[in-house]
Design a protein around this ligand. Structure first.
Ligand code: F6P
Length: 549
C-alpha cells in the first residue's frame, strides 16, 4: 500500500471513530471555535461545527502534502499546462494580477496584454455609462442585454445581482437559455433604439448563444436598419466569427484560451458588471480576488482558507461518504450564487478519470445545490434536519447589510436574516432531544398527552455538520475574495482527487447529438441511424405536434 492509500485508510478509520462522537460533545470544548476557524482579513471560515478533530485535520494535511499540493500550486501559478487534455494553461489569476508580474507566454508578456484589454473594456463600459458611446440616434443606452450561457452568463449575471447596491448604470438583462420564452419575454419589453447587445461566448460556436444572438440581431436590424452594428459588442476569443457578424473590432474584447469559461468573470466576460457598476467597483472586485490568490499562495496550509475548506470537502465526501453539499447564502443578492458554484465546482470536479488516464478509485466532486435563506428554510430545510441522509451545509452571510439603506427597518431585516443563519447551523448541529422537546411544549402550555404523542416527531438528533463563511459586508472586494476562495478550493480538491479540473469533455457528446438529431426533430429526416428508444420519442413528439394542429 502506498503512503497516500495509507492516509485514505486512516481517514476512513477516523470517520468510523467520529461517528460515535457527537457535535454536542465536540462543541462543549471552550476552545473549539478558536481552534477550528480561520480568519483572513474581514472573512472568517468557521468549521467548528464540522465533525473533525485534531487527528482528522492532521491526516487531511498529510494527504494534501503527499499529493504534492505545494508543487502543483506552483505549476498552476507558474503557467504550466495544468489543463493537459486541452494543452492549456490555467491562469485566470492573471486577470486580477494574482500571478507573477512578468509572466510570459510564447514570448508575450501576459500581464501587459491583460492590462491593455482590461483598460479597453473598462473604458468602453464607462463610455456606455456616461454617454461617450451613444445610440444611433444620439441617445444614452438605457438597457444592455448580455447573450451567453454557462460561464459566459452565470458569472456576470450572478455578480451584477450580488452588487445590486453598486448598480448605477443602465438596466441589465441576461439571455442564456435557447428557450424562446426567455428571449422573447425580454425583447418584448425593450426598445431596440436604446438597447446595446453584448454577445459573450469564448468559442462563438455555442448553439444556444448563436441562436439567441441571431434572433436578437433580427430584432435589432428590424428596428435600426443598416446601422444595427452600432448597438453591438462582443466578448470572445473567436475574432473571425465576431467579424462575420459585422461587430466592429473596437467593440470586441478578447480573452485567452488560458481562461476557462467558468473562471472567466474576471475577464472581459465581466463587461456587463462593469457597465452596471463602473470601473472602480470592477477593480475592487478584482482586488478582492487578488488578495485571496496571494493568501492561497503564501499562507501556511494550516491557516490557508482555500486549503482548509477543500480538505473539509474531502473529509465530507470521501471519509464520511456524504455525497452532496448545500450552499445556502443568507443574502438575497447572492440568489444566483449556488447556481454559479454549481457550474464552477461540478463542471470542474465532476470527473471519473485520473490524470494518468485510468478510472478513479474514490468518489470525486459532490452534488452542489442550494437556495438562499431564509426562503429555503421554508422548503427543503425539513429534509436537512430530519431526512434520512446527511447533507453538510455551507452558510454564507455578511455581518452587515448592504450600504445605501440606512433605515432602521432595513437594519432589523438584516439582524433577523443572519440570526436565522446562526440558528439553523445550531439546530443542525445540536438538534433537540425528547426532554428538551417536552420542556418547550410544557412551556407552550401543551398537555401531557400531547407531549407524549408528539415528542417523537419533534425530537431530532442533530449532529449534522455545517461550515460558515462570514464577512463584514458583501462589498465588491469581499465578493471577489469569496469567488476566488471557491475557485482555489476546487483546485486543491482536483489535486487530491488526481483529476483535471479544467476540461469538460462530458458536455460535448450531448452537444454533438443535438446537432445529429436536429434533422429528425425539425424535418422528420430519419436518415441518420437512431436507436429505437430515441426514435420512438421523436415520433411521439411529431404525433403530439400533429394532433395539436
Ligand atoms: O457547457 C460547456 C461550456 O463550454 C462551459 O464550460 C462554458 O462556460 C459554456 O459552455 C459556454 O461556452 P462559450 O463561452 O464558448 O459560449
Amino acid at each position: 500500500m502506498n503512503r497516500i492509500d495509507e492516509v485514505w485508510k486512516k481517514l476512513k478509520q477516523h470517520a468510523f471513530r467520529m461517528k460515535s462522537i457527537s457535535l454536542s460533545e465536540l462543541c462543549s470544548n471552550e476552545s473549539r471555535f478558536q481552534k477550528y476557524s480561520v480568519q483572513f482579513e474581514q472573512m472568517l471560515l468557521d468549521y467548528s461545527k464540522e465533525k473533525v478533530d485534531d487527528g482528522v485535520m492532521q491526516e487531511l494535511q498529510s494527504l494534501a502534502h503527499l499529493c504534492e499540493l505545494e508543487t502543483e500550486r506552483e505549476k498552476l501559478f507558474g503557467g504550466e499546462l495544468v489543463n493537459f487534455t486541452e494543452q492549456r494553461r490555467v491562469l485566470h489569476m492573471a486577470l486580477r494580477g494574482g500571478t507573477d508580474a512578468n509572466l510570459t507566454i510564447n514570448g508575450k508578456n501576459v500581464i501587459r496584454e491583460v492590462e491593455s484589454v482590461l483598460d479597453k473594456f473598462l473604458e468602453f463600459a464607462e463610455s456606455v455609462r456616461t454617454g461617450g458611446h451613444l445610440t444611433v440616434t444620439g441617445e444614452r443606452f438605457t438597457d444592455v442585454i448580455n447573450i451567453g450561457i454557462g460561464g459566459s452568463d452565470l458569472g456576470p449575471s450572478m455578480v451584477t445581482e450580488a452588487l445590486a447596491s453598486w448598480h448605477d448604470g443602465p438596466n441589465l438583462h441576461f439571455i442564456s437559455n435557447i428557450d424562446g420564452d426567455q428571449i422573447f419575454s425580454i425583447l418584448k419589453n425593450l426598445n431596440c433604439k436604446t438597447t446595446l447587445i453584448i454577445v459573450s461566448s469564448k468559442s462563438m460556436t455555442t448553439r444556444e448563444t448563436i441562436h439567441n444572438f441571431e434572433t436578437a440581431l433580427d430584432w435589432l436590424k428590424n428596428g435600426l436598419g443598416e446601422k444595427f452594428g452600432h448597438h453591438l459588442a462582443a466578448v470572445s476569443t473567436n475574432l473571425k466569427a465576431t467579424r462575420e457578424y459585422r461587430i466592429d473590432d473596437s467593440r470586441v474584447f478578447p480573452f485567452w484560451d488560458w481562461v476557462g469559461g467558468r473562471y472567466s468573470v474576471w475577464s472581459a466576460i465581466g463587461l456587463p458588471v462593469a457597465i452596471a457598476t463602473g470601473r472602480k467597483t470592477f477593480k475592487e472586485f478584482l482586488a478582492g480576488a487578488r488578495a485571496m490568490d496571494k493568501h492561497f499562495r503564501t499562507a501556511p496550509a494550516t491557516e490557508n482558507m482555500p486549503v482548509l475548506y477543500a480538505l473539509l470537502g474531502i473529509w465530507r465526501r470521501n471519509a464520511m461518504n456524504w455525497p452532496t453539499v448545500a450552499v445556502i447564502p443568507y443574502s438575497h443578492c447572492l440568489n444566483k450564487f449556488p447556481a454559479y458554484i454549481q457550474q464552477l465546482d461540478m463542471e470542474s470536479n465532476g470527473k471519473n478519470i485520473t490524470r494518468q488516464g485510468v478510472p478513479v478509485n474514490h468518489p470525486t466532486g459532490p452534488l452542489i445545490w442550494g437556495e438562499p435563506g431564509t426562503n429555503s428554510q421554508h422548503s427543503f430545510f425539513q429534509w436537512l434536519h430530519q431526512g434520512t441522509d446527511i447533507t453538510p451545509v455551507d452558510f454564507i452571510f455578511a455581518a452587515n447589510g448592504n450600504p445605501g439603506n440606512e433605515s432602521r427597518r432595513y437594519k432589523s431585516h438584516h439582524q433577523q436574516l443572519i440570526t436565522n443563519a446562526v440558528a439553523q447551523s445550531s439546530a443542525l448541529a445540536f438538534g433537540q432531544n425528547r426532554e428538551q422537546v417536552a420542556a418547550s411544549m410544557q412551556a407552550a402550555g401543551c398537555s401531557d398527552e400531547e407531549i407524549k404523542r408528539l415528542s417523537p416527531y419533534r425530537a431530532f438528533n442533530g449532529d449534522r455538520p455545517s461550515t460558515v463563511i462570514l464577512f463584514d459586508c458583501l462589498t465588491p472586494y469581499q465578493l471577489g475574495k469569496l469567488i476566488a476562495l471557491y475557485e482555489h478550493k476546487v483546485f486543491v480538491q482536483g489535486v487530491i482527487w488526481n483529476i483535471n479540473s479544467y476540461d469538460q469533455w462530458g458536455v460535448e457528446l450531448g452537444k454533438r447529438l443535438a446537432d445529429e438529431l436536429s434533422p429528425a426533430i425539425t424535418d422528420r429526416d430519419f436518415s441518420q441511424e437512431i436507436d429505437a428508444s430515441t426514435r420512438g420519442l421523436i415520433k411521439a413528439i411529431h404525433h403530439f405536434r400533429d394532433s395539436s394542429g
